[in-house]
Design a protein around this ligand. Sequence first.
Ligand code: FAD
Length: 295
Amino acid sequence: EISLKQRLNSGSPLFSIEFFPPKTDASADQLLRTAEALKAYAPDFASITYGAGGSTRSRTLKYARHLREDYGYAVMPHLTCVGHSRDELRGIIEEFRDAGLGQIMALRGDPPKGESNFKPHPDGLHYANELVSLIHASYPECTVGVAGYPEVHPEAPSADIDLLNLKRKVDCGAHFVTTQLFFDNNKYFDFVERAREAQINIPILPGLMCVSSREQALRFCDMCGTSMPAELEQQLSAAGEDSAAVEAVGTNWVFNQARELLERGAPGIHLYILNRKGPAVELMEKLKLAGFYQA
Ligand code: FAD
């Protein structure tokens, strides 16, 4: 089996899919149906997010196992520093290792709802770069991904300082970066250029999302500091309440983004699919038809 580290440096584009761990039986069914449908496109890995305050520790692991053992995905669980001591974090990393999960997305996480500052656990970690080091210390063979922000992390005092902080994660041994979602490819190309100037030389995987509701997209943009191009907003407004039309706008936009990114040398595409099958399948079909990969 070829490792994600080798795959990232193989030169052919990589495709990955992001799930979140469901809370109810109905939403678990949705995830499993989506996982089943996307298997046909043989994504390089599936990532599964880690929720607020460590509350999804067991669910992240449970669905990571499901996706690996029942559907054959290479799975990358996410892990955040929120609410965990170093010992707890080490324990979780060992659980991931023992479940055969060969890669981890290392994150600081957001402050709990209603709080504006991140407060580390008294015996915990302040920043994601410390988590990268902790993972290396307890699980040296692990491939480690970290988050990057083409439009700057909302708490960062400046784009340059944010980039220096990304460099810390790289210096602690991160193997690749996945970006926050963006709708304007120029933000990605500028970011990669600035990152290379700052001696960040690992692959930077663009993170894209299929919009399926104008309100939701605007909410995400607001939360993540992502800009919404006027043209996309106009197309979404024109589609109005017609959900099929909104979805068509969303998948076309992402397809055009993906095509340009891949043509201009991005190492692959990471898709934020919010566990939804329809848009993800449609996009993978379009990419396949356009010859970007053979599944
Ligand atoms: P860091 O890299 O630690 O950065 C946080 C802030 O601190 C930045 O402003 C940075 O500039 C600054 N900083 C970093 N290091 C230092 C340092 N050493 N000294 C001083 N300042 C520093 N959230 C979840 O809760 N669960 C998830 O599963 C999840 N998955 C994500 C996946 C991706 C690809 C992305 C892009 C985000 C994800 N998030 C997730 C959101 C993420 O947790 C938040 O964006 C969070 O606010 C920052 O996490 P980080 O790992 O980027 O933090």
